[in-house]
Design a protein around this ligand. Structure first.
Ligand code: NAD
Length: 313
């Protein structure tokens, strides 16, 4: 009977281990998430990671063709698409409503949608002279970037918080994608930098307010990832066009490699290329229970760039 007891104990321990492994692999099992700007780039990587970890995901984007194709590719039951311009409150409210109607709840909001806006030289001389510089600041463009990057995230928080608060005590996690341009100057156009600094501040405020309801609010701040946004920025810096990072021109493999090379040249951590999947891992951590005591935090994923005084300029 001693031998039998040991066998039972071992079997129980093995079963417990398998459960732990399963939870590790499926860190969002049973959860429901919305990812804004999830049709491509970093957002797409986040959508894929969330689905892989057991979540049902609503992609909220303005690129209907790409969003619908991704939702279909991930299996319509687990993932769906809704048209949503995050700067339009009615769209955001509708996206949250669609999510709750379809999946019954909302546990995770990832505010990822963003635009780079009209560009300026990254830093230093000439910043005021060129189109998009502070001396030629375009008020309408400034407004547009803040409406998407900051107001869009705030509206997402508002409607997500409402849905989460309705399920008293269920908590929730809100993760916004900010940027190293939300931490340092000289990393992007003026409006973009202002919008991302504001997003980091908004995250802290919302975390203070929503903590008592068990809703955590954090952000992730990437350095350069060779998405269409960054490739368009690279095009701009090489061809001197006033191109918006959200331009729809197809991105070639060669351009991705060039953009990655540019980022590697600036990075502190040498020999490693930052990929969208790395940002998705950070977002997944903040979305899941593994970060259950983390709120109001900005998780910088930059290979050490913002801690070095040697990188920029
Ligand atoms: P991207 O341009 O490749 O993709 C952005 C996605 O957001 C697209 O699917 C687009 O259709 C969608 N979108 C744009 N405006 C929208 C709106 N008003 N409403 C809803 N969806 C909208 O960009 P990305 O590089 O994947 O960027 C994703 C996020 O990461 C952004 O917030 C960006 O500021 C941030 N970020 C990117 C980098 C980088 O190097 N790529 C670095 C730091 C931060």
């Amino acid at each position: 009977s001693v031998a039998l007891g040991t066998t039972t104990h071992n079997a129980a321990a093995a079963a417990a281990m398998r459960v732990r492994e399963f939870v590790q692999q499926r860190r969002l099992e049973g959860k429901v998430a919305i990812v804004t700007g999830g049709a491509r780039g970093i957002g797409e990587a986040i959508v894929r990671a969330f689905v892989r970890h057991g979540a049902r995901v609503v992609i909220a984007d303005i690129d209907d063709a790409a969003g619908e194709a991704l939702a279909a590719a991930l299996g319509g039951a687990l993932c769906s698409y809704v048209h949503c311009d995050v700067s339009v409150e009615a769209d955001v409210e509708r996206a949250v409503g669609c999510c709750v109607a379809r999946y019954g709840r909302l546990d995770v909001l990832c505010n990822n949608a963003g635009v780079l806006g009209q560009q300026t030289p990254p830093s230093g001389a000439g910043a005021g002279a060129k189109s998009g510089g502070i001396a030629t600041l375009d008020a309408a463009e400034f407004d547009r970037v803040l409406r998407v990057n900051t107001l869009g995230a705030a509206l997402g928080m508002k409607h997500a918080a409402r849905a989460m608060l309705q399920r008293r005590g269920a908590g929730g996690s809100i993760v916004s994608v900010a940027s190293v341009a939300g931490v340092l100057g000289g990393m992007g156009p003026h409006a973009y930098t202002a919008s991302k600094h504001a997003l980091v501040g908004l995250t802290k405020n919302a975390a203070c307010e929503l903590g008592e309801h068990g809703i955590r609010v954090n952000c992730v701040s990437p350095f350069g990832v060779a998405t269409p946004m960054l490739v368009n920025a690279w095009r701009h810096s090489h061809h001197d066009e006033d191109e918006d990072g959200s331009a729809a021109a197809p991105v070639s493999a060669e351009e991705v490699e060039k953009a990655e090379e540019m980022v590697r040249g600036m990075a502190t951590l040498k020999g490693t290329t930052l990929r969208a999947g790395d940002i998705a891992e950070a977002a997944l951590f903040l979305a899941s229970e593994e970060s259950r005591y983390i709120s109001g935090h900005n998780l910088v994923v930059d290979g050490g760039v913002t801690t070095s005084r040697n990188v920029i300029g």
